[in-house]
Design a protein around this ligand. Structure first.
Ligand SMILES: Cc1cc2nc3c(=O)[nH]c(=O)nc-3n(C[C@H](O)[C@H](O)[C@H](O)COP(=O)(O)O)c2cc1C
Length: 221
């Protein structure tokens, strides 16, 4: 087997670390949401785009993990992490069969990671309707037209379907949410904050849900 020629940078040297600013350790928080809000705000200011992008890991009926990026579209202490997708997609099927998932944010500009594990629920339909209506009309039509995750013979088939649905609505902005599209929330049971530190001596703070409260512990890097 020959190696595929990929560009892999060297591990940082002592001089590289010396040239960088020190990074603060993670504060000793007793609940996760205030710090999450602060880190998302930092990411929004420093990431080039999609600062709320998060990996969503699910598992299929064979126990085979799957993962893809979705956008965080809402966060609350009561309702958890909200995202929107096609309920009939691969992830939708997996979440219907196994309503547990993990999320992972990585903000390269801040050298930070947040990992989340928890249980999944569908959002109430009024929340999905409200979010759907905020989307551009073309994005709503694309959501109606897409059989997300299923085979598409040619791009023209999709374009024709989009054109057909667009012609039904014309300039009418009242494009209702299709039943196959909507939101989920992940109710967290564990949230881990990770902050890069020099020489891979990273800082990790894990919060675990205990009843209404959170237990926190530092982890070795
Ligand atoms: C930056 C980024 C944001 C994305 N946001 C979403 C999203 O919010 N919802 C969604 O269904 N797919 C989103 N996608 C596409 C998914 O990664 C994935 O291709 C799609 O949902 C199909 O996944 P599945 O076949 O595992 O169901 C995004 C992709 C990227 C790269």
């Amino acid at each position: 087997m020959t190696d595929v020629p990929v560009s892999i940078p060297n591990s940082p040297s002592a001089a590289d670390y010396a040239a960088e600013d020190d990074r603060a350790l993670i504060p000793d928080v007793k609940e996760p949401f205030e710090l999450l809000e602060a880190w998302l705000k930092d990411a929004n200011e420093s990431e080039p785009n999609d600062s709320t992008a998060m990996s969503l890991a699910t598992v299929d009926n064979d126990g085979m993990p799957d993962v893809r990026i979705v956008l965080l579209r809402g966060l609350s202490a009561d309702e958890g992490f909200k995202f929107y997708t096609n309920y009939d997609s691969a992830k939708g099927q997996q979440l219907s069969d196994h309503p547990k998932a993990a999320l992972c944010f990585h903000w390269k500009s801040k050298r930070r990671q947040v990992r989340v594990r928890g249980v999944i629920e569908k959002l109430p339909s009024d929340q999905s309707d409200a979010y759907f209506q905020q989307r551009a009309p073309q994005s709503r039509i694309a959501a109606i037209a897409s059989d997300q995750s299923r085979p598409l013979d040619t791009r023209d088939t999709f374009n024709n379907r989009v054109a057909e649905i667009s012609s039904i609505y014309g300039d009418d902005d009242d494009i209702p949410r299709p039943a196959h599209w909507g939101g989920y929330r992940l109710i967290p049971t564990e949230i881990e904050f990770w902050q890069d530190q020099a020489f891979r001596m990273h800082d990790r703070l894990k919060l675990t849900r205990v009843g209404e409260a959170w237990a926190s512990s530092r982890l070795y890097p």
